[in-house]
Design a protein around this ligand. Structure first.
Ligand code: ADA
Length: 561
């Protein structure tokens, strides 16, 4: 049952009561004055008066189950902004925090023929949340990714993680874990890649886990030029009986660093990128596959092979499509600016979001970097907080790089952040020429820094708008000035050998209530393309030309600039 195109109904207030069993249940509102709200969608775009609404909303939907195949049933949510409380047939089933990652609740016991699902979605900003109160983007509200019922057998395959373990020997590593009970009968998982005529058996112990490493002769590696994907299957067999089966389409590649280089399949790669928010004018955060396709097309027109998905996990459609289209991705959790670094609950929420993201996208070849945060002040608390996140990512997923978008050390004018030792790639955000007009400082910083690992300029840029009746680079914030800033920035990057990628801020203009200034009008207008995605600004061609040069240089000597 997929509720994708159906409607839920919402009411803009929240009350709860405690029933005789001490469970919290929503009050029984009469349903007459409820609004129809589509799901998935952000409520902000449903009616003009909801545009700036931030707070709780109660969604309610009655649904019928024609047939129940038995086994266990989970109600899965792609994402709900920011907190979600789930009730089925009057029973409180769980609370999820984190507005951009998937989660599910088991509904096996509560599911009937006729059901009432209530979801209380609440996007109220709080300082102890991830992100906290202060964001330079629009914090849309609602159930904005799909909701579905997932039927699985009593014992089922919970996770299947697959990656290329050893490129030279074409060795694949597969880990399988089961769900359904505490202790399992011993069984086996049969892993296969039909295209390679490969089948291998992984034994599963009573803990419900098993892993194996095996050779995949004839395997073609995934890369942006040839994003080869294979259909893979895992069947769970216990006492000769097949109980469950999962499938995926997976690409195989390695990503690592060597000195100051990033290596993809053993070869240096320069990340020709751009930053991207998950937003369109029409759908807000509830982007469609077509919206993502369009964004990727624009990025490719700019000669990109890489996107930084800022500043929170985007829909999994993005990483699935990037797998198919050969775009490398940086995925991030919203540990953005100053958050409550000393608060253990905040750390727990951040870790949870990170793990939900990693588990969701473990099998996506396109994802090469996990970013644990953006532009956080270099304090003791932040160091401990971020270090724990970086180590969590590394421990679960040694097959990728870990980064964070760091700030300049303003005292010593250097790229130097205490977190560096825990990162594989240093992300560096800087806006010289814009917030600080002194480009010379950027020269000083880059020449004076001596990082022992690759640096990606994870943000740079400037506002770019069309001033009424006036043009010219002398107008602050004009598209001409933006272009000039880009030209100067790029010239500096080209001289710096340890810069192994750039992702300008940002591919498209986007909404942000922070920017209500005279010419910004509620948008961050640092886009290389306008928010309607129709018009490229002059700076777009600066990046396009720069990346074309990078490609030529790579072709000429087999290594990036
Ligand atoms: C920061 C931040 C971005 C955006 C940018 C800007 O670098 O990481 O989210 O706010 O500044 O436009 O100033």
């Amino acid at each position: 049952v997929d509720m994708y195109d159906n409607c839920l109904r919402a009411k803009w207030f929240l009350e709860e009561k405690t029933n005789s069993e001490g469970r919290r249940v929503p009050l029984d509102y009469g349903f007459d004055d409820w609004e129809e709200i589509p799901v998935p969608a952000v409520w902000n775009l449903v009616k003009p008066e909801y545009f700036y609404y931030e707070g709780p909303a109660v969604y309610s939907r009655r649904f019928f189950l024609k047939e129940n195949p038995g086994g266990r049933v989970f109600l899965q949510f792609g994402a709900v902004s920011y907190e979600a409380r789930i009730f089925l047939n009057g029973v409180f089933l769980g609370l999820h925090k984190g507005g951009s990652t998937p989660f599910g609740v088991e509904v096996t016991k509560e599911l009937k023929e006729e059901n009432r699902l209530i979801v209380i979605a609440d996007n109220t900003r709080r300082q102890d949340q991830i992100p906290s109160e202060n964001t330079d983007w629009f914090l849309y509200g609602g159930i904005y990714r799909s909701v579905s019922l997932l039927f699985v057998p009593d014992i089922y395959i919970k996770d299947m993680n697959v990656h290329l373990n050893d490129r030279e020997n074409k060795e694949i590593k597969v880990s399988v874990s089961l769900g359904g009970c505490e202790r399992f009968l011993e069984g086996e998982a049969v892993f296969s890649i039909p295209e390679l005529q490969l089948e291998t058996v992984i034994s599963i112990g009573t803990e419900g886990e098993g892993q194996a490493v095996f050779k995949a002769d004839g395997l073609s590696l995934w890369n942006p030029e040839d994003p080869k994907l294979y259909e893979v299957f895992v069947k769970l067999r216990i006492r000769g009986q097949v109980l469950d089966e999962v499938r995926d389409r997976i690409g195989f590649r390695t990503v690592e660093t060597k000195g100051r280089k990033i290596l993809l399949n053993g070869k240096p790669v320069f990340l020709r990128g751009a930053c991207l928010h998950e937003e369109t004018e029409e759908h807000g955060k509830a982007v469609t596959k077509e919206d993502i396709r369009q964004a990727f097309k624009k990025a490719k027109e700019m000669n990109c092979n890489f996107l930084r998905l800022a500043h929170y996990p985007h829909t999994e459609w993005a990483s699935q499509l990037a797998d198919e289209e050969g775009i490398l991705l940086w995925e991030e959790i919203p540990v953005y600016w100053w958050i409550d670094f000393a608060n253990p609950h905040t750390l727990k929420d951040a870790k949870n979001q990170l793990m939900e993201l990693i588990k969701r996208d473990f099998n996506r070849a396109s994802v090469v970097i996990w970013s644990v945060g953006n532009e956080n002040p270099d304090t003791d608390e932040r160091y401990h907080f971020m270090r724990e996140l970086a180590e969590t990512a590394k421990a679960y997923d040694p097959s990728r790089l870990v980064s964070a978008a760091c700030l300049v050390d303003v005292v010593n004018l250097k790229i130097s952040d205490r977190l560096e030792g825990h990162l594989d790639v240093i992300g560096f955000n800087e806006y010289y020429g814009w917030y600080d007009p002194d480009y010379e400082k950027l020269n000083v910083i880059l020449e004076g820094s001596n990082p022992d690992k690759p640096v990606v300029i994870s943000e740079f840029g400037a506002d770019g708008y069309l001033p009424d009746g006036k043009a010219g680079s002398n107008v602050r914030g004009s598209e001409e000035e933006q272009k000039e800033i880009y030209e100067k920035q790029v010239a500096i990057f080209r001289k710096t050998d340890y810069i192994q990628g750039t992702s300008p801020w940002i591919l498209f203009d986007y909404r942000t209530p922070k920017r209500l200034g005279a010419y910004q009008k509620g948008y961050n207008i640092k886009g290389l393309v306008t928010a309607d995605r129709k018009r490229e600004k002059p700076a777009f061609s600066v990046m396009k030309d720069f990346y074309e040069e990078v490609i030529k240089d790579e072709q000429a000597d087999g290594s990036p600039v």
